[in-house]
Design a binder for this molecule. Structure first.
Ligand code: HEC
Ligand code: HEC
Ligand code: HEC
Length: 448
């Protein structure tokens, strides 16, 4: 699920080589191999360190990218997860402690260098599809706990498939150019202008849990845009919405809304964590101590200026609830789009009170209607929402087979014009077909 724009970064490596030939480049390009060690016994690590490492590995979604998901099902952490790019596919490494095919013969020094500088044990530059540009901000202590956890797992003999990148993108040395320009190595330094909770949140969001890897747009070189942190960005055929003051949803993301969403996968006044955001919450942040998730929420509420924006919330909430209630109280017999909405969606989405009922997301408050593109709305309608996504145990059916692209376009236009104050979306039917083309057809029986 966590795929990403690896190709942009590959291209950037090539550009980087052209732009910066010379001494600086070579310093980044050439790394010695670090001598292999005899695989350490699992008993050489303390139980406390292994447990801290387990939680950290969850919060960095290591297993999400290091487990094969296509073809035969993979063994967790044994790698071979395919990250597709327009030029070819990069496969993730086996990070179980197998001596031949995994990291069993890696010393802590070799592992730390990979996390901080994106360099493999043998000295090869790693592709930044591996988000070492974030992991570099972890402390030595946290990196060594993750190492302890990985080394204490069962070794799995598993050879990953060969990357299918053509020349010159397959040249690892080119990645050095990208690093020279965009990698800022080193552990996170506390910002004395802020308190301990804010700094803890920043440490996790910017490092281990790499929120901006999806929520910040990338420049032409594939690096996160320096002047646009958390401005929102496309990712894996979804849109990761802005998390700063430009977030378009009508009610402010306050610390408590962020906390509910990140802890339980659903925020009462916004919606659910679906698609690529689902594994970030479930099996990711959900494994972390509550205080850590609270710290991330605290940090984000400061970034989006929640305090300054909150006073308008009551009014926006009232307007949103009124737009939803209108469908129920006004028979729309003359409007075919309204009838389609009432038939397909409103049984589960109509709210009549002053606030939405939990488990009945209010569409007028959801990012799906307020973003510049209908991408997330189409994803949700076509895929539905599984039991493991969003609010645990609650599902939304897939409409992949039940609704045509023309139906989707009508629903999108109708919801946008009745529930937001924004200009209409364009090319709706074409965009519905484009999102559909990215999805495997679900079995007919599973859809309604
Ligand atoms: C977004 C996907 C993604 C996430 C999340 C991720 N990795 Fe990786 N990782 C990769 C890919 C892809 C590679 C292979 C890069 C290459 O071949 O250049 C890799 C390579 C590595 C390597 C180098 C292995 C070698 O043999 O050179 C290590 C070590 C590693 N990852 C550890 C981790 C740890 C620990 C975590 C969690 C804290 C993690 N990764 C999270 C995608 C990811
Ligand atoms: C792999 C990509 C990815 C990563 C990593 C990621 N997000 Fe997201 N995020 C998304 C996507 C896609 C959505 C839209 C999901 C939806 O609408 O159901 C989203 C939605 C959100 C939302 C809801 C925004 C709204 O207006 O509805 C919040 C809040 C959020 N993410 C916070 C975070 C935080 C905090 C982190 C780091 C701990 C993070 N995300 C990491 C992809 C990601
Ligand atoms: C059978 C009940 C049901 C029907 C019918 C239904 N939904 Fe949903 N929908 C849900 C539930 C439940 C959720 C929240 C799921 C969760 O959190 O796990 C949801 C969530 C959503 C979300 C929020 C997703 C997010 O990422 O925050 C959107 C948008 C949405 N539905 C749109 C629609 C549209 C449009 C239709 C009509 C085509 C529709 N739904 C029909 C039950 C339904």
């Amino acid at each position: 699920m966590i795929g990403r724009t690896a190709i942009l970064r590959l291209a950037a490596g090539a550009v980087g080589l052209g732009a910066i030939a010379g001494v600086g480049f070579l310093a980044y390009a050439l790394h010695p191999a670090i001598a292999p060690i005899a695989p350490p016994a699992a008993t050489s690590f303390s139980a406390e360190s292994i447990e801290r490492g387990r939680v950290l590995a969850a919060g960095g979604y290591c297993a999400e990218c290091h487990t094969r998901r296509d073809g035969q099902p993979g063994i967790p952490l044994a790698g071979d997860y395919a990250m597709a790019t327009p030029f070819g596919t990069i496969y993730s490494s086996n990070i179980t402690p197998d001596a031949q095919t995994g990291i069993g013969r890696w010393s802590l020094a070799a592992f730390t260098r990979a996390m901080r500088y994106g360099v493999s044990r043998d000295g090869a530059n790693l592709f930044p599809a591996f988000p070492f540009d974030h992991f570099t901000h972890m402390t030595d202590g946290d990196i060594s706990d993750v190492y302890a956890y990985l080394m204490a797992q069962k070794p799995v003999h598993s050879v990953k498939r060969e990357n299918t990148l053509p020349f010159p993108f397959n040249m690892r040395i080119l990645q050095a150019g990208w690093k020279l320009m965009f990698l800022h190595p080193g552990a996170y330094q506390n910002d004395p202008a802020h308190d301990a909770q804010w700094n803890r949140g920043a440490y996790l969001a910017e490092g281990l849990s790499h929120c901006s890897a999806c929520h910040t747009p990338r420049n032409a070189m594939g690096a996160e845009k320096a002047g646009a942190p958390y401005d929102g960005a496309p990712v894996d055929n979804w849109i990761a919405p802005p998390l700063n003051a430009t977030n378009p949803t009508p009610v402010t993301w306050t610390e408590d809304e962020f906390f509910q969403y990140l802890r339980y996968g659903v925020a009462p006044l916004h919606g659910s964590a679906a698609g690529p955001m689902s594994p970030v919450v479930h099996g990711g942040l959900s494994e972390m101590p509550e205080a850590d998730v609270r710290a991330i929420a605290h940090y984000l509420a400061n970034i989006d200026h929640a305090d300054a924006r909150q006073p308008g919330d009551a009014q926006h909430l009232t307007a949103a609830m009124a737009s939803s209630t209108r469908d129920l109280t006004t028979p729309q017999t003359s409007d075919p789009d309204a009838r389609l909405y009432q038939a397909a969606c409103s049984a589960c989405h109509a709210n009549t009170g002053a606030k939405p009922v939990l488990g009945r997301p209010e569409l007028a408050l959801n990012n799906a209607l307020w973003l510049d593109e209908p991408t997330n709305l189409y994803q949700v309608i076509l895929r539905g929402i599984g039991t493991e996504e969003g609010q645990a145990g609650i599902t939304m059916p897939s409409f992949y087979h039940a609704l045509t692209d023309a139906d989707l376009a009508r629903l999108a236009a109708y919801l946008r014009r009745t529930r937001t104050t924004l200009p209409p979306w364009t090319d709706l039917e074409k965009k519905a077909a484009a999102v559909r083309a990215t999805l495997p057809a679900p079995p007919v029986a599973a859809s309604h």
